[in-house]
Design a binder for this molecule. Structure first.
Ligand code: ZN
Length: 196
């Protein structure tokens, strides 16, 4: 009978994860009882717990009283996530923008929104969509643009071995999708860094 150490908030059971990592190491032909690996199952379990637990935050938004209607863009937000197909990290930068409608969100909060959806098992396309949908719902903006550029360890370490290759995904909604000028302006802003 195994005792459950389930964390109510996160749904994580660290002790069970630790046992599972030890089993995995054994299945991979490793000597879990050796001095070198003794602490590994606990460390791996804690690492995964950290990678899968976003810090909580309150998404305080503000009414757009001045009727501000220019693009708000946060560029090069660093993020990392965990690929749900291989349990290997993918990491890179996010560019998040919106054309304000009724409400504003503090710029620093845009990074927290990315983190909230990145700290779980993900695929990059879904992560991109989730960030965009969340902003749509919370801010009711005129349009949202999210571009993610990331390197996937599952791609660069195995298979195609394209080290440094970036996967780029985007989600555009509302006027950001429909109006060519707004879309071009947003995408140009996200490209500034890449072009130097
Ligand atoms: Zn993968």
């Amino acid at each position: 009978m195994t005792v459950s150490y389930l964390d109510e908030r996160t749904g994580l059971d660290l002790r069970a994860a630790e046992d599972a990592v030890a089993d995995l190491l054994r299945a991979l032909g490793q000597d879990v009882d050796s001095e070198h690996l003794r602490g590994t199952p606990a460390r791996v379990a804690r690492s995964f717990a950290e990678l899968l637990t976003p810090s909580t935050f309150s998404p305080t938004s503000f009414p757009n009283r001045q009727g501000y209607d220019e693009l708000v863009v946060a560029r090069d937000i660093p993020f990392h996530s965990l690929c749900e197909h291989h349990l290997l990290p993918f990491r890179g930068v996010a560019h998040v923008g919106y054309l304000p409608g009724g409400r504003f969100l503090g710029l620093s909060k845009l990074a927290r929104v990315v983190e909230m959806f990145a700290r779980r098992l993900q695929v990059q396309e879904r992560l991109t969509q989730q960030v965009a949908h969340w902003l749509e719902e919370q801010l009711e903006p005129k349009g949202v643009g999210v571009v993610l550029e990331a390197e996937h360890l599952c791609m660069s370490l195995r298979g195609v071995r394209s080290t440094g290759a970036l996967t780029v995904t985007s989600a555009l909604t509302g006027i950001m999708r429909e109006d060519a000028r707004t879309r071009t302006e947003f995408l140009a802003l996200t490209r500034q860094r890449r072009q130097g």
